[in-house]
Write a protein that binds this ligand. Structure first.
Ligand code: GLA
Length: 682
């Protein structure tokens, strides 16, 4: 992130969404801008899928309609986030460059009639994206409406990996750079196994579908390569824009809904981080997943204000059952993003489409028009955000970090693991949810980061862990930190090779134990743990999926297995190491069962917990003069918050206690706290 690049030149919290006027006759545009003003919209994203209407054939541009749209928006005081349309190349492009089509792992050549970029390694595609991005930047760099550049759309979605010949050739070049010579590659990939030894670079390919499982190190490198190629495409467009324009440049991430891009590597390439977030209808606690995505977005951006580039006013249209948001839910979602550092609340999309694949997706202006509930809530939300300009630039801090490592996920997600029931996303979400319900604000981090400012670091799923990163975690504990490591962590190195010394070997010193054998459980089998506890908290815990045979070398056993293959053995341990503590949880506990364990861990870490109901989400943003406490009651019953200050949405003074009705939100300006981060304690 470039710290000198200003936030888009806008007043207030940004509010608006994707605007696709090319889908509508011009008469509708005037109505659009009038209604945008009514709703308090001050920023719209334009042109994201407009390539075919801007470059009508190779090198021939027609900017007339876009000129008119930008002028109209500017006259109406609405700023523009101008898209480069490179996620949707025109029909003429694929007709001229059939070799640029993406080929999937099983050899299918992707057709036209949808969207999705061409091969990230195609020279024709790379030339074309630079041409169209340059043409747009040259034309609109000084257009007064344009305050931000929106490169592409959701890199890696719907296609990331490409198995076309040009991609395979580029993969070889990337591998030669990484390993220097074939011997280096043979060693890293462990090609002595199954007779895969290579004697010629020309024989090295992409990990296309094969008779059985393909070399996991090869697949992991292909994931790294894919991420690298996508990022190169972004950088090429960004640099083309920067040659002409000075406005900040972003691209929209899908923080926790797509794994193909390593956002830790991407974020420093952007001027401002943006995220798209959609609720999973099947997730009954969608607000927790939402908070997790928001915290991850803020974390990859090093805490700087970020843009919620897309979310939905109500239902989406691409899930099996698309559940409409209930009254007030859109506002609660928006305030949750705002609470976690977003200074822009935008939607997909402004006006619901009549034609095309997304016509049943909700919008700010739905098919039901201005008489609809959604529209009324959109206008109400715009008015509320309009009262919160002073929150801009204030920041969220946290005492707890959860490790989130895309490379580790890529490795763990490959085939032939000990149990299909072990899923990194599930473990992270479960630990996150426990902390969320305990009212604790969370950052995400990589195991190699400087973690010393955190009181607690949780590693729910760090399957891949380099020796160097393990040493960093061990130092963190020795220096006084509290670390919690969940099972199936510290298993392999950067090349998916089991660590010398066995499972979790690089963490042995910190954890004070050795893991001798994995003991996965059959589907649906539960096991009981005897929680030895202390201070009268002894009792039983219920777990499933996994046990382990643990050889305790130094740690204290805090819970042991009462049944199952590890019966009598250690299940949960705590090790005093240097000035800190390292906990190890060798089985799967759900959110409720984790309560006992985590409350003991919080004590070690010196983290107070909230006495508020679990449905209350309370996050503090720290400004230069004030703190801003954003409180959201996701429950139906009223809740009471101990706080003194001014509630900004009602402009009411709060002296000691604020009542929040079920489903409501409040934003309270308070005196700055010294502590920083976390929820206020009642
Ligand atoms: C993604 C895309 C948008 C739209 C929405 C629908 O986030 O970026 O163009 O398709 O999904 O939910």
């Amino acid at each position: 992130m470039n710290p000198n690049t200003p936030w888009p030149d806008l007043s207030g919290i940004a509010y608006g969404g994707d605007y696709n006027p090319e889908q509508w006759p011009r008469a509708v545009w005037r109505e659009d801008v009038a209604l945008m003003r009514e709703a308090g919209v001050n920023l719209v994203s334009v042109g994201i899928f407009s390539w075919a209407l801007i470059e009508t054939s190779e090198g021939i541009f027609d900017f007339s309609w876009l000129d008119d749209v930008l002028d109209l928006l500017h006259e109406s005081g609405i700023a523009v986030d101008l898209g480069t349309p490179t996620a949707s190349p025109p029909a003429w492009f694929f007709a001229a460059h059939p070799e640029a089509r993406v080929i999937t792992r099983d050899g299918t050549v992707m057709g036209f009639g949808s969207r999705g970029m061409a091969s990230h390694s195609s020279t024709a595609y790379r030339d074309a994206i630079v041409r169209v991005a340059s043409a747009l930047a040259e034309r609109y760099a000084s257009h007064p409406a344009v305050v931000l550049w929106h490169v592409h759309n959701e890199y890696g979605v719907p296609v990331g990996e490409d198995y076309s010949p040009q991609s395979v050739a580029a993969f070889r070049v990337w591998l030669e750079k990484r390993y220097g010579d074939l011997e280096g590659l043979n060693r890293a990939w462990g090609t002595a196994f199954w007779g895969q030894h290579y004697t010629d670079w020309a024989h090295v390919g992409a990990p296309a579908a094969a008779p059985s499982v393909v070399n996991p190190a090869q697949r992991l490198d292909f994931a790294r390569f894919t991420d690298h190629q996508l990022r190169e495409c972004f950088i090429a467009e960004r640099d083309a824009i920067r040659l002409h324009a000075t406005q900040p440049v972003t691209t929209n991430f899908m923080a926790n809904q797509s794994w193909g891009t390593d956002l830790w590597a991407w974020a420093p390439e952007l001027d401002i981080v943006s995220d798209d977030h959609y609720l999973w209808a099947a997730d009954e606690n969608g607000e927790v997943g939402l908070a997790m995505a928001a915290d991850l977005t803020r974390s990859v951006g090093k805490g700087a204000p970020w843009i919620l580039m897309e979310h939905s006013t109500s239902a989406v249209n691409w899930q099996p059952r698309n559940i409409a948001k209930r009254p007030g839910e859109m506002a609660r979602n928006s305030f949750s993003h705002l609470a976690r550092g977003a200074d822009a609340i935008l939607f997909f999309q402004w006006r619901a489409s009549r034609a095309g694949a997304e016509k049943f997706h909700s919008a700010m202006l739905p098919h039901g028009g201005t008489r609809s509930r959604v529209w009324k809530e959109v206008v109400d939300l715009g008015a509320k955000l309009g009262m919160l300009e002073e929150l801009r630039g204030s920041r969220v801090t946290a005492d707890v970090a959860i490790l989130w490592d895309f490379e580790s996920f890529w490795a763990q997600d490959l085939e032939w693991r000990p149990s299909v029931d072990v899923q990194h996303q599930e473990r992270i979400r479960t630990y996150y949810e426990r902390l969320w319900r305990d009212g604790i604000t969370i950052d995400f981090a990589l195991p190699g980061h400087d973690l010393s400012d955190y009181k607690l670091v949780v590693a729910p799923a760090q399957y891949l862990l380099s020796e160097a990163d393990a040493a960093n975690l061990t130092r963190y504990v020795a220096g006084g930190g509290t670390l919690l490591v969940s099972f199936f962590s510290g298993i392999v190195d950067e090349n998916d090779r089991v660590h010398d010394g066995g499972y979790a070997a690089p963490l042995q010193e910190a954890l004070g134990l050795r893991v001798s054998e994995f003991l996965p459980l059959r589907e649906g089998v539960r096991s009981e743990l005897d929680w030895h506890g202390d201070g009268g908290t002894a009792g039983r815990l219920s777990a499933d999926v996994w046990q382990e045979d643990i050889e305790v070398t130094r740690a204290d056993t805090v819970a042991s297995y009462l049944d199952g293959p590890a019966r009598g053995g250690a299940a949960i341990t705590r090790n005093a190491h240097g000035a800190g503590f390292a906990w190890y949880v060798s089985t799967r506990l759900d959110v409720a069962e984790l309560r006992t364990v985590m409350s003991r861990v919080y004590t070690d870490a010196g983290i107070p917990t909230s006495a508020l109901p679990e449905e209350m989400e309370v996050v503090t943003r720290h400004g230069s003069e004030h703190d801003y406490v954003v409180a959201i009651n996701h429950g139906v019953a009223p809740a009471w918050l101990s706080i003194t200050g001014t509630e900004l949405l009602s402009d009411a003074e709060v002296d000691g206690t604020l009542e929040l009705a079920g489903g409501s939100v409040a934003v309270i300006r308070t005196a700055p706290s010294r502590e920083g981060g976390g929820a206020p304690r009642s």
